[in-house]
Design a binder for this molecule. Structure first.
Ligand SMILES: [Zn+2]
Length: 260
């Protein structure tokens, strides 16, 4: 499917509003963020990344943990949202998007101006593992290499969901509810490898079948370069297998022409 074909389907459905967006690493790689699993991803370089991103590792080897975290995740200050983040913020502002779920921990959706962002895997803030005092990204960047709480002296951790941890209580229930009532699900830049997220998307596909049975119109759009775990649902998924930026540019053009 070409980007023109994809956009013609998407913009028709978009006008019905009530869109839910789900984003993954592919939306942020054009901003210079390294993804974890991609061809040039962090885990190609640091195979032990998965065992490092656990709470036990942080507490037992804080030095090594922060060597990894500062190298791969607290990277350059000049990382900025790209056109894809920006155009999604515009669409939310225009009343098309009801919520944006992201697997990313880079904070770029908020930086672009998106308001209703649900960070499934956490975000850019930090907190003390003992007294829970919160710290910003900038504060931690300028602290000692292994940062400690200014109140109680305990270790500071990133507020991300570690591999040995579950999602924040209630997040998946809220997501399930949102996915149930959305008219459109727009998935950008993820192969949907992560189990709980794949389950959410499967639920959406089930509600699509039900909606169709009841004469209603629910659609799933997917933009990802390369295979995804829902490629088997050919009948249900409208997929553009290409560059996220093609979509961002086309959507901006559509919106600009509409707002003339
Ligand atoms: Zn503390």
């Amino acid at each position: 499917m070409t980007i023109e074909e994809f956009m013609s389907e998407f913009t028709k459905q978009m006008e019905k509003k009530n869109i839910l967006v789900l984003t993954g690493a592919g939306i942020s790689t054009p901003s210079g963020i390294k993804d974890f699993r991609g061809a040039n991803g962090i885990y190609k370089d640091a195979e032990d990344g998965i065992s490092i991103l656990t709470s036990g590792y942080l507490e037992e080897h804080p030095e090594e943990f922060y060597r990894f975290y500062r190298k791969y995740i607290l990277t350059s200050d000049d990382i900025k949202p790209n056109l894809a983040h920006e155009v999604l913020a515009d669409l939310e502002n225009d009343g098309y998007i009801r919520a944006l779920y992201t697997q990313n921990i880079d904070g770029l959706h908020q930086a672009a101006g998106s308001k209703n962002v649900i960070e499934l895997h956490g975000g850019t803030s930090f907190s003390c593992i003992n007294c829970k005092k919160e710290y910003s990204y900038d504060e931690v960047k300028n602290m000692d290499f292994v940062p400690h709480c200014t109140e109680c002296g305990s270790l500071i951790r990133p507020n991300i969901v570690f591999y040995n941890e579950s999602y924040k209580p209630g997040v998946l229930d809220q997501a399930d509810n949102d996915f149930m009532y959305a008219k459109t699900l727009l998935i950008i830049g993820t192969g949907l490898e992560i189990y709980p997220i794949r389950v959410l998307v499967h639920h959406f596909i089930e509600t699509m079948h039900l909606a169709r049975f009841n004469g209603k119109d629910k659609k799933l759009f997917l933009i990802n370069m390369g295979p995804t775990s829902i490629d088997g649902f050919k009948e249900d998924v409208i997929k553009y297998d290409g560059d996220v930026m093609d979509f961002a540019r086309s959507l901006k053009k559509y919106r600009d022409e509409k707002n003339k």
